[in-house]
Write a protein that binds this ligand. Structure first.
Ligand SMILES: NC(=O)C1=CN([C@@H]2O[C@H](COP(=O)(O)OP(=O)(O)OC[C@H]3O[C@@H](n4cnc5c(N)ncnc54)[C@H](O)[C@@H]3O)[C@@H](O)[C@H]2O)C=CC1
Ligand SMILES: O=C(O)C(=O)Cc1ccc(O)cc1
Length: 305
């Protein structure tokens, strides 16, 4: 159920355009206002009919009862500062950033009294970006994690929960630091590994680019898809989830060295036992109904218990 009359989307890329399509799909009479920094994006968004487009972020949020920040994580604070004087009393401000603690620290200080800030993160996306890349079904059956602040009004959290459910998502609540650790394991470090593997293939001079293209096995193809994700977005994710990423990366390299050692020593038992454990995790994900076309990162942590 969408209780908002006017939703303002700041940043008009993959996630904002998908929100717009998904709102339209409900058939509810919700006004959608939008703003993006670049004129080319605003023009394209207007051409696609995603929203009523404004020349400034301030104008776009005026009179909105829900404002969703859909910009890269590193841009959230600046946008919050820009819109703050224009927010309607009682409005809810949310975001879709892949990192939560840094976004809270960057956004919250700018928001005036009487405005609810309820951070969010839909665990759904693709490697594409820009206003033309969105689609109405992106959030269907996906988790959207809300990380309300201790002072968040329960009714405002309920309203935002209903909004994401109307867009097709399943909603869960999580503490922001825990969110960042879970996502470091299930999304951020896996992306870094994909970027690295594709970089390694690129640097390995004895294997030609044509061979990589022609003979990509399914695993490597998945890596190349992920490694094609937006560089600005992912730079910001790593710069803003440093602690958890470095923690998980440290554990990853330890395990990698252990596997490297097992291969060098011909320790098949170690390799077999390791791969047996990882296979069980995959089966847990499938049993939880999470094996859909695009990866879903919400359940891996709970599958581990
Ligand atoms: N791409 C994905 O798969 C997912 C992304 N997210 C998060 O959603 C947010 C948006 O990501 P996408 O929609 O994929 O990005 P995108 O690159 O498709 O769109 C970003 C939009 O923000 C605008 N923008 C950038 N800096 C701005 C600024 N300072 N002021 C106003 N507009 C600005 C860009 O012009 C563009 O319209 C990010 O925080 C990302 O972490 C969350 C879930 C999935
Ligand atoms: O396309 C993919 O494989 C993704 O990983 C999508 C994605 C990217 C970032 C997020 O914070 C959530 C989901």
């Amino acid at each position: 159920m969408i209780r908002y009359k006017r939703v303002a989307l700041i940043g008009l890329g993959l996630i904002a355009s998908s929100i717009s399509h998904a709102i339209r799909r409900t058939g509810l009479p919700v006004e959608i206002h939008g703003y993006a920094r670049s004129e080319a994006t605003r023009t394209e968004a207007a051409r696609l009919g995603l929203a009523t487009i404004f020349e400034t972020a301030g104008e776009a949020v005026e009179g909105a009862d829900l404002v969703i920040l859909c910009v890269p994580v590193g841009a959230m604070g600046g946008v919050a500062q820009e819109i703050a004087p224009h927010l309607a009393p009682g409005a809810t401000v949310s975001d879709v950033g892949s990192v939560k603690r840094a976004v809270i620290d960057a956004v919250q200080p700018h928001l005036p009294e009487g405005v609810e800030f309820i951070p969010g993160h839909p665990l759904a996306g693709t490697e594409h970006s820009g206003p033309g890349s969105g689609f109405a079904t992106l959030f269907d059956n996906r988790w959207c994690l809300l990380t309300p602040l201790p002072e968040s009004a329960p009714a405002a959290v309920e309203a935002l929960t209903g909004f994401w459910q109307a867009l097709g998502a399943r909603v869960d609540r999580m503490e922001p630091d825990h969110h960042d650790l879970v996502l470091a394991v299930t999304s951020h470090v896996p992306h870094l590994i994909a970027y690295t593997m594709v970089g390694v293939a690129d640097h390995l001079r004895r294997v030609t680019e044509q061979e990589v293209i022609n003979y990509s096995a399914a695993g490597f193809r998945d890596f190349t898809r992920i490694a094609a994700s937006d560089p600005t977005m992912w730079r910001d994710v790593f710069l803003n989830n440093r602690e958890a990423t470095l923690d998980v990366l440290g554990r990853f390299t330890e395990e990698l060295f252990a596997l490297q050692r097992a291969i060098r020593l011909g320790d098949g038992e170690h390799l077999h036992a390791y791969f047996t454990r990882t296979r069980a995790i995959r089966r847990g994900i499938i049993d939880a109904g999470q094996d859909t076309a695009a990866p879903d990162f919400g359940r891996l942590a709970s599958a581990k218990g």
